[in-house]
Design a protein. Structure first.
Length: 552
């Protein structure tokens, strides 16, 4: 009899999952095979639509009804998951199999405390008495490295940070000590230090638990940090798989090479920045303090979201603003946009001072400074055509609709979309295309400054590369000044001329990319750089690999 410890925790053989008819391809997943061993982290990577999440949902028995497995098997603990009833799946989920979703706030019930939601797993799968459930829950909170478990036990999800919520979801998944743990993009929206803590936790879990971990991601830095083995998927097909070191450093398939080539490089010397350009934006002494609402349990308190801040941005340059969640980046940007009135200080665009005292003053100022948000779908009205969305801004500023539509046609070419896109709706585009549309909308009023607020953080690495190049090309062609907010330090280094580092509302470091990344002065900057995933790995030179292949 085979040793059960040496057998794979999960074995997928020739899995095929059909798509509804009428799509651009017949299968969501085609003839997929992979194994996951105990104490192993297998990373599945690929772009949106590659089938990586569908594969994880199939393993958990969570496929949407429109997707039908038509071949193959998913073997877990001797049983084919595709042949189990819904009741049998329910007994396994949360018990022998755990799943961690990308967005913890959506995965947690806002009406129940953290303690109640973890204990619910024990109630569903065991006859455990209340005292033991509570003790086990507190132990789990401690295991996932949450401070003050007793307090958090009684807290609600909205009272926690994003990183803390993600740890709660991990604790729920670990409650019954599952043999298989599936994590679907669990670090995508987290800042770099929180991401590092979650990744360290996964590495610790691999050693402390006798479980196999399936980790779905599009971030190759995360793969370099975590993976024992890697599976690369494209359009539902496995194009390459093997040991992480082999796939990362010597990829064979052209698609794998394309993905790795799109990874922003760790910062090399960019050289001196031309400082002769005139000042596009000047911020002098901006500060903002909020007063939290008084509740039955908490007194009102003052939070200084932005401490006195001064900086300038030159015309045609890009300033990268980096920092953790809660560092004050968003509040600072809202002050720059005139969406929040600062308590002190002034903002100047060229020689014009931001007038926050009148609605007309704020409205005229906003024509010169526009923003591209993180979620393009959420910022585009799904009931209006792209053409209507683009011409709205200029029309509001008195431009005739026909002239605005002509401008929209020109911008479609600039953002590399066809003119017929103007007659379509946001839902008919991919995430990367919607982000290009958001950029076009921001450029319609011909602003002097464009703010990109985490504009590429949720995009696939290849789409991210395209959007970054597009922004850089537009900046160079029209002399646009860009403020780029991100928690991805590689992205900041690639696109920026200067970097501004914020911590707890304060600018702790400001300088050129070479200065900040090459010789950081502040301890917080050094902490951020040390927390970057994939330390010790640099994406290989694909041109050199191709040349070596040609010779060999």
């Amino acid at each position: 009899m085979a040793d059960p410890v040496s057998e794979p925790v999960l074995s997928i053989r020739n899995l095929t999952i059909d798509l509804p008819r009428g799509g651009d391809r017949p299968h969501a997943v085609s003839n997929l095979s992979l194994d996951i061993a105990a104490k192993e982290i297998l990373c599945i990577v690929g772009e949106s639509g590659s089938g990586k999440s569908i594969t994880s949902f199939a393993a958990m028995g969570l496929l949407p009804k429109v997707l039908k497995p038509s071949g193959g098997e998913i073997l877990f603990e001797g049983r084919d998951m595709l042949k189990l009833s819904e009741a049998e799946h329910a007994k396994l989920r949360g018990n022998r199999m755990g799943m961690i979703f990308q967005e913890p706030m959506s995965a947690l019930n806002p009406c129940y405390t953290v303690g109640d939601q973890i204990e619910e797993v024990f109630k569903a799968h065991t006859p455990m008495p209340a005292a033991e459930r509570r003790a086990r829950t507190l132990a789990l909170l401690k295991e996932v490295r949450l401070p003050d478990p007793e307090r958090l036990y009684h807290a609600y999800p909205h009272q926690l940070s994003g990183g803390q919520r993600q740890r709660i979801v991990i604790a729920i998944a670990l409650a019954m000590e599952p043999r298989l743990l599936i994590a679907d993009e669990p670090t995508t929206a987290l800042d770099v230090t929180t991401q590092a803590q979650i990744l360290d936790m996964f590495k610790a879990l691999k050693e402390s638990r006798n479980a196999g971990i399936l980790f779905v991601t599009h971030d190759f830095d995360v793969v370099a940090e975590l993976a024992d083995r890697v599976v690369v998927m494209q359009k539902g097909i496995v194009v390459e798989q093997g040991a992480a070191e082999q796939v990362l450093n010597n990829p064979v398939h052209p698609y794998t090479r394309m993905l790795i080539d799109a990874v922003p490089k760790r910062q090399g010397a960019k050289g001196p920045v031309d400082m002769s350009a005139p000042v596009a934006l000047r911020v002098a002494g901006i500060e903002k303090t909020f007063t939290t609402a008084r509740t039955l349990f908490k007194p009102a308190r003052k939070v200084q979201a932005v401490k006195p801040t001064d900086f300038t941005v030159l015309e045609g340059k890009t300033l990268g603003i980096v920092g953790e969640s809660g560092s004050g980046k968003t509040t600072l940007v809202r002050c720059l946009m005139g969406l929040v009135e600062p308590d002190e200080g002034t903002v100047w665009i060229g020689n014009a001072r931001l007038d926050t005292t009148t609605a007309a003053g704020r409205r005229n100022f906003r024509k010169h400074i526009q923003i591209v948000f993180q979620d393009p779908y959420g910022s585009l009205n799904p009931r209006r055509t792209i053409g209507d969305l683009l011409v709205e801004g200029p029309v509001n500023f008195g431009v005739p609709r026909a002239k605005a539509m002509q401008k929209a046609c020109e911008l479609m070419k600039i953002v590399r979309l066809e003119e017929d896109a103007l007659d379509r709706y946001p839902a008919q585009f991919s995430g990367g295309q919607r982000q290009r549309i958001s950029i076009a909308r921001a450029l319609m009023v011909e602003p002097k400054i464009l703010i990109a607020d985490e504009a590429v953080s949720a995009l696939d690495v290849s789409v991210q590369k395209d959007v970054l190049k597009l922004l850089d090309d537009i900046r160079k062609s029209v002399g646009l000044t860009v403020i780029f907010i991100t928690h991805d330090l590689r992205v900041a280094a690639e696109i920026s001329d200067h970097i501004l580092v914020m911590s707890k509302g304060e600018v702790v470091e400001y300088g050129t990319v070479d200065d900040v990344f090459g010789a950081p002065k502040h301890a917080y900057t050094r902490q951020l750089l040390a927390a970057m995933p994939g330390r010790g790995w640099e994406a290989p030179d694909m041109a050199a690999l191709a040349a070596a292949d040609a010779k060999g």
